[in-house]
Design a protein around this ligand. Sequence first.
Ligand SMILES: Cc1cc2nc3c(=O)[nH]c(=O)nc-3n(C[C@H](O)[C@H](O)[C@H](O)COP(=O)(O)OP(=O)(O)OC[C@H]3O[C@@H](n4cnc5c(N)ncnc54)[C@H](O)[C@@H]3O)c2cc1C
Ligand SMILES: NC(=O)c1ccc[n+]([C@@H]2O[C@H](COP(=O)([O-])OP(=O)(O)OC[C@H]3O[C@@H](n4cnc5c(N)ncnc54)[C@H](O)[C@@H]3O)[C@@H](O)[C@H]2O)c1
Length: 452
Amino acid sequence: MNYQYDLFVIGAGSGGVRASRVAASKGFKVGVAEFQALGGTCVNIGCVPKKLFVYGSEYSHVAEQAKGYGWEFAKPSFDWATLRDNKSKEIERLNGIYKNLLENPGVTIHQGYGELVDAHTVKVGHELISAERILIAVGAKPFVPEFPGNDLVLVSDDMFYLEELPKSILVVGGGYIAVEFAGICQGLGVETTLMYRGDKLLRGFDEDVRDFASNEYARAGVNVELNSDVEKIESVDGQKQVTLKDGRVLMFDEVLYATGRVPNTGALNLQQVGIETTKNGAIVVNDRYQSSVESVYAIGDVTDRVQLTPVAIKEAMALIGYWFDGVEPNFDYDNIPTAVFSQPPIGTVGLSEQEADQRGLDIDVYQTDFRAMKHTLSGAQERTFMKLIVDRATDRVLGAHMVGDYAGEIIQGLGIALKAGATKAHFDSTVGVHPTSAEEFVTFSAGSLKKR
Ligand SMILES: Cc1cc2nc3c(=O)[nH]c(=O)nc-3n(C[C@H](O)[C@H](O)[C@H](O)COP(=O)(O)OP(=O)(O)OC[C@H]3O[C@@H](n4cnc5c(N)ncnc54)[C@H](O)[C@@H]3O)c2cc1C
Ligand SMILES: NC(=O)c1ccc[n+]([C@@H]2O[C@H](COP(=O)([O-])OP(=O)(O)OC[C@H]3O[C@@H](n4cnc5c(N)ncnc54)[C@H](O)[C@@H]3O)[C@@H](O)[C@H]2O)c1
């Protein structure tokens, strides 16, 4: 059978771009469909612009904190349009780079919405395209629960293009996006309330990390409201009137819902082609990222495993290894380091204390919290938290967790250590970098053992 392409990819995001360009550079004839900007969520409305906003919002503390170091600045002011538009220019630059990344190795870009027709055919606009293999890498989109007035809320996509910065905002949710945007808004001078229906933010993270981070967000000025949920939202005098399930009525300029993301599979025609999905629309794949239809593969957020850019990229590379070198994909989903770019940020890799307990492991837990040296003169009251989970039987470090400045940067190196099977003895025999916060990870002594 002669196909137009060896590989046709639907979605030019983190996973789709990597799979397309590497497959093309290795000799496949590759086409990719994308109906929005090249680069996907991460580049356009995710990791990259979000991190630029985090940097932008962190400057708000500089003038105040620099005083202790002898600096006096004129009264700082902030212009939202400058940050927003400079960010957009940078994203457009990246879009151009992604175009080159695809076109240089010979990938053909089909601008438009792709949908499946059969196991080897995709329709983009009016064009029917045939391919030996089809890779679905369409990512996910924000999920907003059903309730009266849910059409009045913003989702994270909207935050990157706001005409004006609101004076007050309610951020609903307790995951990555909620805590990151609460920090951004608070830093940019928006009166910020972070509301979560459960009794702790950041489900899935280590319990001490959850408690510590939550306290630090409150210390930074975010109004953290736990065990609270929205009943309805109405538009009143240009503001959002929010009625809570406990009967309270609150007013905000804007409400941001960050209550998870669902696979982007609604209009792909998956059922007609016989592709199995989960209840929330995620494509079910086997260890080779193959769907229930042999010629159709899926990677990244659309499979709803771990919604992180480096994971989508690793999955793409695992597929490339399989297609070109016959290596069975064996991507290791354990020990994925991750950072939450809240303020302060969180870095984490490996098992939490609770996960280690659930697995019945006999563990030692070392932990500390302290005021980072920088803040002895800055006057800021924020504190840093660090924690190590160690397996008593093998001395292996099973988990490392941090809340504090540079946590994302620091955890990357610890990710390598855990992957390499480092023991507490390895940590102890590593010379610290002095004076840093990071050196606390190699100087934990018996005095830091948590009483359990
Ligand atoms: C606000 C936010 C912040 C984030 N921050 C981080 C972070 O700091 N670090 C991190 O690791 N991850 C972060 N993520 C998650 C990360 O962006 C995703 O995990 C990653 O982008 C997933 O890659 P993907 O290839 O699966 O999909 P995506 O990058 O979402 O790409 C999918 C692409 O497919 C396109 N598409 C969809 N349907 C079709 C169709 N039918 N036809 C053609 N094209 C289609 C979309 O337009 C999109 O371009 C963040 C996400 C959000 C929303
Ligand atoms: N720094 C990063 O790496 C980064 C940043 C942003 C997003 N991401 C990825 O994107 C994913 C999606 O982010 P997210 O924050 O939207 O999702 P999330 O799954 O991290 O958090 C969703 C939150 O919404 C809550 N929720 C769900 N339904 C609700 C409801 N009906 N009412 C109230 N609350 C409800 C959940 O309990 C949870 O706390 C993340 O899981 C992460 O994998 C990563």
